[in-house]
Design a protein around this ligand. Sequence first.
Ligand code: PAF
Length: 275
Amino acid sequence: MQIHEAIAGLRAARAGAGRVALVPTMGNLHEGHIALMTQARSHADQVIATIFVNRLQFRPGEDFEKYPRTFAADCEKLAAAGVEHLFAPDEAQMYPQPQTYHIEPPPEQANILDGEFRPGHFRGVATVVMKLFQIAQPDVALFGKKDCQQLMVIRNMAREFNLPIEIVGGETVRAADGLALSSRNGYLSAAERAEAPRLFRVLTKVVEAVRAGSRDFPRLEQGVMLELQASGWAPDYVALRKKLDLQLPSAHDSGLVVLAAARLGSTRLIDNLEV
Ligand code: PAF
């Protein structure tokens, strides 16, 4: 695997690489990321992974500083997965001067759900992903479905800016007890890790209830909020939404997804399930 720290080096490598798949990450790679790398391989001749912890998408007081940086282990996993190129720039490479131009997703996509609790987050994500797209010029780019709202924002950005890039979602990879794999799971204490799969279980109950015909969405959401609170969680939201645009569904809509974000101790976990 070739490791590129400079944009020029990656561009030179990309020039002769045929059809290219890009998998942007912030590192601390787990099986979910590696599944994306494997999926990427089926779409392209060469796979470019990126590792960059993007300051722009973190708010003051969030975990930018303590976000796990495990570069050597990540490189081993990527090489074992057969990834040809890793782009791992430092901040000076990505932001040689303060970023004054931004991609501003529309408020109805960016200020709901996670965006309500992390103002500016999707602006930071969209801006860095646009930069990575310009740098790597991939034919296809892959993002995990666990970050459901992120995937929607990036899909819409690619469509509205006529980017010649196919955006592909990768299925969420779960531990045996259902917990969605996430770099932030590493923050959990042993007791919190044992409690954490509850998030998956309560979302599963919502899916089953909707499939069984329940259409009182606010009551279902409220029930899950209460159950999480009773088990020591601090939920930000539990929301049944339309899969396509994450807007509020009416009672007869199909194609739904249930999403949740909740804090367990100091760790904020997100998850979602398609109904
Ligand atoms: O999902 C992530 O890891 C990040 O939000 C991304 C897409 C790499 C942008 O920094």
